[in-house]
Design a protein around this ligand. Structure first.
Ligand code: ATP
Length: 513
């Protein structure tokens, strides 16, 4: 099946099973805004818990905060967002659609990469075991020609984005003959800058009101509180501050479901270090974060680092962790060495000293910062994409199953009476009353057992417990495992110890040690 179709299925599965709904759906929705349903919110909360605990419980020197969404507007002047948090946009006059000029060009670069990849794969098949990829890349005329075009385009693009030079961006789009995917034409307007921050008014009277912004990232709330936390928590450098919260960006092109939203949630951690040590910490955080992702068990081949060649003016190293989505490898998390840019800017704009006094050296300095920044919603999407499976069974049937890591699954255990009579429902409720203090359980008595199992498979429930007539006399139930569909007869009194450890966030955290 084409990857596009797989993605469509995932989107409709998210809606059908109460994971994600379009916002304001009965009013025809609101562009790039989504609501999480009864299962979605559980999965999302589990992702957040996994991140929060990995940061604050596994690191003695990381603490959390929860800062407000509204902040003093000068913060956004200091951070550079008022002047420079822009995307270059371009319109197609025929389709009347708006695009990000940089994304159109990046897609074009990706097309060249795909073309090269296809050639390589063809050759691999042709030459079999004796295939030498490096040699082939050096010698194949076709590959060399495409690679040269790709590299030239990349170099022009990187140069145009410095500044950025809007005319140069448009010229690239014209020279590459990039067409609008909808109208198929090259009837483009000029490229313009578009600020992504949402603004609103704070204060009751028109005269006294102040323009404030909905924060486009959570990081600034950490920077402006850094000294409060350092002093009240008696934190010593190196130390980190973690935060989970909503962020808002007026994205020009909202694409790919919850991948790019206008209201989304971030999990950010700023790690404050002594100047000159930041490039030692940067690879450590790269490794720590990659381990966190891979502990979910989706396979190392689905992740990669994408180091930035073009760095923001305040950064001295940056990388993205990309995950293989059905629409290609995409950024899920950014790791940036942000130097002392933000803290210095806030010192300058606020006129207050926010230097750190190092008791060991008796020196004061503005700390440098390593940032790890991950989108909850993108993480959610990557998990959904990987967990969703339409599995062919031996009997020829297909079952739709979400192979979610057990610790992240919305419901951990469904308890089902075989029939709705003879005291079986009461026994099932009794079991739930025991287990519900430890993890999320669901009671289900409707339809055949087979149908009930399928319903739980579709929301990723790792365990199902069936109560039958024998249960009443032998105190045993049938425990069914989602992934293998195997069933085992176990004592009711053992259920908690069998299940709890496997579905706890602690089980994931232990893999990070
Ligand atoms: P992109 O290049 O995709 O716009 P970005 O580099 O601007 O992302 P950052 O500013 O580094 O993203 O934000 C950190 C993380 O926040 C991203 O890795 C992503 O997971 C998440 N994120 C950013 N923008 C959005 C959005 N519009 N919708 C959902 N998640 C987002």
């Amino acid at each position: 099946m084409a990857q596009e179709d797989v993605f469509k299925k995932i989107v409709s599965h998210c809606k059908e099973y109460g994971f994600v709904f379009p916002s304001s759906e009965i009013y025809d929705g609101l562009g790039a805004v989504y609501d999480y349903g009864q299962n979605g919110v559980e999965l999302k909360n589990n992702i957040k818990q996994y991140w929060w605990k990995a940061m604050t419980m596994l690191h003695e020197n990381i603490v959390g905060i929860d800062s407000a969404i509204f902040m003093h507007p000068t913060i956004w002047k200091a951070s550079g967002h008022v002047d420079a948090f822009n995307d270059p946009l371009i319109d197609n006059r025929d389709s009347k659609k708006r695009y990000r000029a940089d994304v159109l060009i990046e897609d074009q670069i990706a097309k060249y990469d795909e073309k090269i990849q296809k050639e390589v794969e063809k050759a691999r098949k042709r030459f079999g075991d004796s295939f030498d990829e490096a040699k082939y890349m050096e010698t194949s005329e076709r590959v060399k020609e495409t690679k040269e075009k790709r590299d030239n385009l990349h170099a022009r693009y990187a140069e145009a984005m410095q500044g950025p030079d809007l005319e140069a961006l448009k010229q690239i789009i014209l020279d590459e003959e990039i067409v609008d995917p909808i109208s198929g034409t090259k009837n483009w307007t000029d490229v313009r800058q578009f600020n992504l921050m949402f603004a609103t008014e704070m204060g009751a009277s028109a005269d006294a009101s102040m323009k404030v912004y909905l924060r486009p990232e959570t990081a600034q709330g950490i920077f402006v509180n850094y000294l409060n936390v350092q002093k009240t928590g008696r934190m010593k450098i190196p130390f980190g501050i973690a935060q989970i919260g909503k962020a808002f960006r007026n994205e020009i092109v909202a694409r790919q479901f919850i991948f790019r939203m206008r209201e989304f949630e971030q999990m950010e951690m700023q790690f404050f270090v002594a100047p000159g040590t930041e490039l030692e910490w940067f690879p450590k955080w790269k490794e720590t974060r990659m381990k966190w992702h891979q502990a979910l068990g989706f396979g190392a081949e689905n992740y990669r680092f994408h180091d930035h060649e073009k760095l923001a003016h305040y950064a001295n190293a940056a990388t993205d962790i990309e995950f293989k989505m059905p629409f290609g490898f995409k950024e899920v998390e950014g790791i940036h060495s942000r130097t002392n840019f933000d803290l210095s800017q806030h010192e300058k704009f606020s006129g207050k000293s926010i230097k750190y006094f190092d008791p060991q050296t008796n020196e004061s300095y503005t700390p440098y910062v390593i940032e790890t920044s991950i989108g909850v919603d993108r993480m959610f999407l990557s998990i959904m994409c990987h967990a969703f499976e339409e599995e062919k069974l031996e009997n020829g049937e297909t079952r739709t199953v979400l192979k979610l890591p057990a610790a992240l699954a919305p419901v951990k255990c469904a308890v089902m009476p075989l029939v709705k009579k003879d005291g079986l429902p009461e026994k099932a409720r009794e079991i739930i009353d025991q287990l519900k203090f430890h993890f999320n359980c669901q009671y289900d008595e409707k339809d055949s057992i087979g149908k009930r199992y399928r319903r739980q498979d579709a929301i990723g429930t790792p365990y199902c417990v069936t109560v039958d007539h024998d249960t009443l006399t032998d105190g045993k139930v049938t425990l069914r495992f989602r992934d293998t569909m195997e069933q085992e007869r176990v004592n009711i009194s053992d259920l908690n110890s069998i299940i709890e450890d496997k579905v706890s966030i602690a089980s994931l955290l232990k893999k990070l040690q």
